[in-house]
Design a protein around this ligand. Structure first.
Ligand code: FE2
Length: 363
């Protein structure tokens, strides 16, 4: 199926959090995001406060409900701090909304024009898996800090970029047996295509395994692996997520850098905690992945993982969860030709995750 409407890329990732002001500081100090826009009581927004942070082409919007009867309160109570909205940049919001809703997507907000002295933005929103939304954003050359309703913001202390450039992929965890219907939904509703798949025979440890299908839009700027738990001897990390999140949701956001060693060294110095694989991971690394440009000692110093596919190799590293619940985490990724997602690292990685699960009493 060819694309029924064009998606230019990811516009922003929207979160509902308990305290957006403090979450903004976390993303600034730990990950190097610059706070660029704000809306809240001072701008006339009485029911919600939003902080917008940016690094490279990555925009995060942190939103906190301000009234006890706000609709987002239920989301916060159910999921804790979590991703609410994976917003796509399009050149025609009405077409995107009409096409997806005609194909069965549930509308959350009809196309709406927002306007201020900097221009206009058109927005619409549909629902996807769990309580996650997809907004469509049409910017038409909008010149303001983010969107009408927001004021630009300059922090007293500027952020120091960690070199994060754009979102490489966003992973959605589903409940048991739900992966296929969600992947099919993206094919039918968005015209996405499948670019990669793994099953439980590819990826399993003694304890846990998963299945995953990756769907992507036509230009493959939007790539969305869809996971479900597979039966293991003990509880799958996907199942742990689904229980902690009370349902499906965004598991991780992968952010691209063209120099992963430099990026990870900054993030580590900022205090970001990453999953660590045993030092033995590096013993036979070159046998597994062949020649790479990076110095293995440097990779080992930061615990950076490497995998190769038939088109090249990739380097990646995963953070620990960034909130109290074992739900959302981040991946840092650099691609040297590879278009896959690091299957060769899953075993070492899962064993690392399982050590964390064990400590949480969730294995
Ligand atoms: Fe990933």
């Amino acid at each position: 199926m060819s694309a029924p409407f064009e998606i230019l890329g990811t516009d922003h990732v929207g979160f509902i959090v308990g305290n957006a002001k403090q979450a903004a500081v976390y993303y600034q100090e730990r990950f190097g995001f610059e706070p660029v826009a704000y809306k809240g009581l001072e701008t006339g927004s009485r029911d919600r406060t939003c902080w917008v942070l940016r690094q490279g082409k990555i925009t995060l919007v942190l939103q906190t409900p301000m009234t006890r009867d706000h609709a987002d309160i239920a989301h916060l109570a159910k999921h804790g701090d979590a991703v609410r909205d994976l917003a796509f940049l399009v050149d025609d919001v009405r077409k995107a909304w009409e096409t997806t809703t005609a194909r069965g997507a549930v509308s959350v907000m009809e196309p709406t024009v927002l306007e201020d002295e900097h221009g206009k933005v058109v927005l619409a929103t549909i629902a996807t898996y769990g309580d996650t939304h997809h907004s469509f954003v049409q910017r038409d050359g909008y010149r303001g800090a983010f969107m009408p309703g927001y004021e630009s913001y300059t922090a007293n202390k500027p952020a120091v970029s960690a070199g994060l450039e754009f979102i490489d992929h966003v992973v959605g965890n589903q409940g048991d047996g739900e992966m296929e219907q969600v992947a099919t939904w993206y094919e039918n509703v968005f015209g996405f295509h499948r670019i990669w798949t793994i099953d439980d025979k590819d990826v399993s440890t003694a304890h846990t395994s998963l299945r995953s299908v990756v769907v992507a839009n036509e230009n493959e700027y939007v790539k969305m692996p869809i996971n479900e738990p597979a039966d293991g001897l003990k509880k799958s990390q996907i199942q742990e997520y689904v229980e902690a999140n009370y349902g499906a949701g965004v598991q991780h956001v992968a952010m691209y850098t063209h120099d992963i060693v430099a990026t990870i060294s900054k993030l580590s110095a900022n205090g970001v905690e990453f999953l660590q694989v045993p030092d033995t991971y590096y013993d036979d690394l070159l046998d597994r992945v062949g020649d790479i440009e990076e110095d293995i000692k440097e990779l080992q110093k930061y615990g950076i993982l490497v995998d190769r596919d038939d088109q090249g190799y990739l380097l990646q590293l995963f953070s620990k969860p960034v909130q109290d619940r074992p739900t959302l985490f981040y991946e840092i990724i650099e691609r040297k030709g590879a278009r896959s997602f690091g299957k060769g690292n899953f075993k070492a990685l899962f064993e690392s995750i399982e050590r964390e699960q064990e400590r949480r009493g969730n294995l």
